[in-house]
Design a protein around this ligand. Sequence first.
Ligand SMILES: Nc1ncnc2c1ncn2[C@@H]1O[C@H](COP(=O)(O)OP(=O)(O)OP(=O)(O)O)[C@@H](O)[C@H]1O
Ligand SMILES: [Mg+2]
Length: 233
Amino acid sequence: MNERIISVEGLSWDYRIGNVVVPALRGVDLEVHRGEFASVVGASGCGKSTLLYILGGMLRATKGSVWIDGFDMIGARSASRTRFLRKNLGFVFQRFNLISSLNVFDNLKIACKIAGSARGYKEKIDGMLRHVGIEHKARMKPLELSQGEQQRVAIARALIKEPKILLADEPTGNLDSENSEKILALFRTMNRDLGQTILMITHNRRLADMTDRTFEMKDGKILSNGTSPRQTR
Ligand SMILES: Nc1ncnc2c1ncn2[C@@H]1O[C@H](COP(=O)(O)OP(=O)(O)OP(=O)(O)O)[C@@H](O)[C@H]1O
Ligand SMILES: [Mg+2]
């Protein structure tokens, strides 16, 4: 029990714009347990997305250690890291990153192919689009959809390969409360039925309180080892 699946220690990250250094992470320590649905809350600019980019392999950190399911994200070579991430990790971006020239269905199909699970994809994609409530928009292109609909496509794309770990950056940021709760319920189902570990960033305290554990982030650091709303209630 309580086996660590994400383990971060002393993680720092500076952005550089010319000669200007912007410190974004200043020694982050974080542990997430296997099968946990955890959340990160904190003010705008405190480093939440940067932390998720490093966990998701979009930024390569040099200061600190990051282990995901026994894999050394900092020490590993690029090719094996990419293979590991494709197989094990799903990512919902704050800014969606959908492919605008492809329709909704094909955006999900590409994700299936990249994950190497192209067999039986049609039924899987139809089912996932139903889950997020946009099955009727499968042939539309991302820019023909509302922000909230694009967000739901991005969520469907991350979930379609049934990743062991899901990292979600403000997945409900553009959704009304009814759709936010539907997405939360979907995450909870994936978490329970597939044993998926989820780390979700949110501005919404009420949603954070629905997760197993909430980490507070401030000025590039995680403040505590996480609070569990179920324990404190
Ligand atoms: N590409 C970049 N170049 C330079 N500085 C950046 C870049 N991206 C982020 N930063 C800076 O790094 C800090 C952390 O940014 P980050 O995007 O991680 O914050 P965040 O907590 O996700 O904020 P939000 O809640 O608004 O999404 C901020 O001060 C931001 O201005
Ligand atoms: Mg952010």
